[in-house]
Write a protein that binds this ligand. Structure first.
Ligand SMILES: [Zn+2]
Ligand SMILES: [Zn+2]
Length: 301
């Protein structure tokens, strides 16, 4: 992503971000005092395995510098995330870039993919348009849709985190370590097709779902991903902590439900955090950070 450098707009503190500056600072602290295993994994994801393959003479970089390195790569020389969130002009430029890519993914990529999906459903055969499925059948199909999305998203997402693909494709989506809802579709077009659209279409194709069921499922899946990237842990809605943690740490929580992360052990760090305790649907109006307060991270370690 390229951002033209603009004059500082005065540092307005009312910018809506998914984490407060205090939380962002805490996350920075967390990175600085994170476990060695996490640092090693983060390094491996972003810059390969330099421990083994680093040519002689090239200094070893600390993994905590990776985020700064990422920011520098995309044109934010010397700025850290906290300064960025407090600069209204840069913030606007950043969000406008995101919106531009989302529109490209929706129109230039999404519409042709929707047409190809239509042709595939026509080839496969689907139930008559004027005959609606029963409520129970919709629920049964929805269970398959959810399962196929978990499988499709988890594995495609892990492939995108391989050192060959991360830098060229998935890195754009990870520019936001504290995402906001609109960044849900802020990604490379290839990622948009194979990791966003295909997993939610997989179940519909396998089951030959009615167009009304497909419409319902797509709407729920889009609402779910918007919620997961919103950074707001709202009452009576699924918790966004899981995917939020993925954006923060890069090497944890690759799936949607977390089932495959548990099986593959890619949620071990997450399960040792307060974010995991907080990862529940709030059934009252108590703020989650009040119900599950953060421990003093460095002191505790
Ligand atoms: Zn994401
Ligand atoms: Zn990722």
């Amino acid at each position: 992503m390229r951002i033209d450098k603009q004059a500082n707009g005065g540092g307005d503190h009312e910018i809506v971000t998914s984490r407060s500056s205090d939380q962002v600072k805490e996350d920075e602290v967390d990175r600085a005092c994170g476990t060695n295993g996490e640092k090693r994994n983060e390094y491996r994801i972003l810059v390969g395995r330099p421990e083994r393959r680093r040519p002689l003479g090239i200094p070893r970089r600390r993994s905590v510098d990776n985020i700064t390195m990422d920011l520098r790569d995309i044109g934010w020389d010397g700025m850290d995330w906290i300064d960025l969130a407090h600069d209204r002009d840069q913030w606007r430029a950043l969000v406008n870039t995101v919106i531009g890519w989302v529109l490209i993914n929706q129109a230039v990529v999404g519409l042709p993919v929707a047409y190809v999906s239509y042709l595939m459903m026509k080839w496969r055969g689907s139930p008559p348009l004027r005959e609606l499925p029963t409520f129970h059948w919709v629920l049964a199909e929805m269970a398959v849709h959810i399962l196929m999305e978990e499988i499709g998203f988890y594995y495609s997402h892990r492939v995108l985190h391989s050192r060959y693909l991360y830098r060229f494709i998935h890195k754009r989506h990870h520019e936001w370590t504290a995402p906001i809802a609109v960044t849900a579709m802020y990604c490379h077009p290839i990622e948009s097709i194979f990791s966003n659209m295909l997993p939610i279409f997989l179940g519909v194709f396998i089951m030959g779902s009615h167009v009304a069921t497909a419409w319902l499922w797509f709407s729920l899946a889009i609402l779910s991903t918007l919620n997961a990237h919103s950074g707001y842990h709202l009452p009576f809605l699924p918790s966004p902590e899981f995917h939020d943690f993925h954006h923060l740490k890069f090497n944890q929580c690759f799936g949607v439900l977390g089932v495959l992360d548990r099986i593959h052990g890619t949620d071990t760090s997450f399960r040792s955090t307060t974010a995991y305790a907080r990862h529940v649907m709030m059934l009252n109006f108590t703020p989650p950070r009040e119900a599950f307060p953060d421990e003093s991270k460095c002191k505790a370690k």
